[in-house]
Design a protein around this ligand. Structure first.
Ligand SMILES: O=P(O)(O)OC[C@H]1O[C@](O)(CO)[C@@H](O)[C@@H]1O
Length: 324
């Protein structure tokens, strides 16, 4: 069953109890970040459906009161075995809430508690339109379109059809830049990321999953709008930043931060979605594709950085090795 059919079945099943009123996206780490566009989509586009994005353990310990028969729970776990995400799915299943699980391993523990299992594309040469982020977004888009209606539904599907080609060209485009970045940053012990809007999740993932988890470099993802409310005080010629200049409604926030950085910082890597070709997607929906762009361009940088630092991206000292 495809996502449109799954949501159709859920909508029909909930008709008697008043339909879908809330969609909760629940996951950890990279899977949590991948839900960011779906969350921002429903927050902005929906009038009646409420959306929540939760770290799994927070959801387990601080379950929202509205969670119930009118809810859909969408969980994601790459290997399907992160205990707190499996627990969140179990809570959903036991409460009689419809559970959709996004996972790469379709016979993993999380699928036991799922009404619907969605496998996504992953790895070298993957179809970007089949990734976790887009599949999660499609659950949001379909939920909206099949309830309240979504006026830009066709433009959104057109974006989905275009994203793979756009992202793959962008990855080629940054290859040389990524090598210089790796050389220039191999000895840094801190790198900040800056972003706004629906693409913010990509900056969050780059900070926590790559710089911190996989490279042991101190980092924090700073919201471009929040930059001027504290973080900009650390700006100087030595501090490195990677800034995402998004395409769409929040671009002015990113441009404002970049203007400041161009004046007071010297080590700024600019990833501009417009330069990277995202503008060929219709402006009514382009916001929601920033994440796919940035999150797939970063790996070109990450591979180069890992080689230059002689620190493979697979190296861990605690994760999956000790009790936590
Ligand atoms: O539940 P998932 O998606 O398998 O995530 C497990 C781990 O993978 C990461 O997303 C990346 O290694 C971590 O942040 C997280 O702890």
């Amino acid at each position: 069953m495809d996502i449109k059919q799954i949501i159709g079945e859920i909508v029909a099943g909930k008709q008697e109890v008043g339909g879908i009123k809330q969609v909760y996206y629940v996951a950890c780490g990279g899977s949590y970040g991948a839900f960011y566009p779906a969350k921002t989509f429903l927050e902005k586009e929906a009038k009646d459906i409420k959306v929540g994005l939760y770290n799994s353990n927070e959801f387990v310990h601080n379950t929202p009161k509205a969670f119930g028969e009118n809810s859909v729970l969408v969980v994601a776990s790459h290997k399907g075995n992160t205990p707190e995400t499996v627990k969140a799915a179990e809570i959903g299943k036991k409460a009689g809430v419809t559970v959709i699980a996004l996972t790469w391993i379709t016979d993993s523990p999380i699928t036991e508690y799922a009404d619907y299992v969605l496998k996504y594309a992953f790895g070298e040469g993957k179809d970007i339109a089949g990734e976790k982020t887009i599949k999660a977004l499609l659950t949001a888009v379909e939920a909206l379109n099949q309830t309240e209606g979504y006026e830009h539904y066709n433009q959104f599907l057109d974006g989905v059809a275009k994203i793979d080609h756009i992202v793959k060209s962008a990855c080629k485009h940054v290859a040389k830049r990524a090598l210089s970045f790796a050389k220039n940053h191999k000895d840094d012990n801190v790198i900040y990321t800056l972003a706004s809007g629906a693409g913010y999740g990509a900056a969050y993932m780059e900070s926590i999953c790559i710089f911190m988890e996989m490279q042991w470099i101190n980092s924090s993802s700073i919201h471009s709008g929040e930059f001027f409310h504290g973080p900009f005080e650390i700006t100087d010629a030595e501090i490195p930043f990677v800034i995402q200049i998004s395409e769409g409604s929040t671009r002015p926030l990113d441009e404002r931060a970049l203007k400041f950085l161009n004046r007071y910082a010297k080590r700024v890597e600019v990833l501009d979605a417009k330069d990277l070709g995202l503008s060929t997607i219709d402006s009514s929906v382009v916001d929601y594709f920033n994440h796919s762009m940035f999150n797939n361009v970063y790996p070109v940088y990450n591979q180069a950085l890992a080689v230059e630092r002689e620190h493979p991206l697979t190296t861990r000292r605690y994760m999956w090795k000790v009790e936590y």
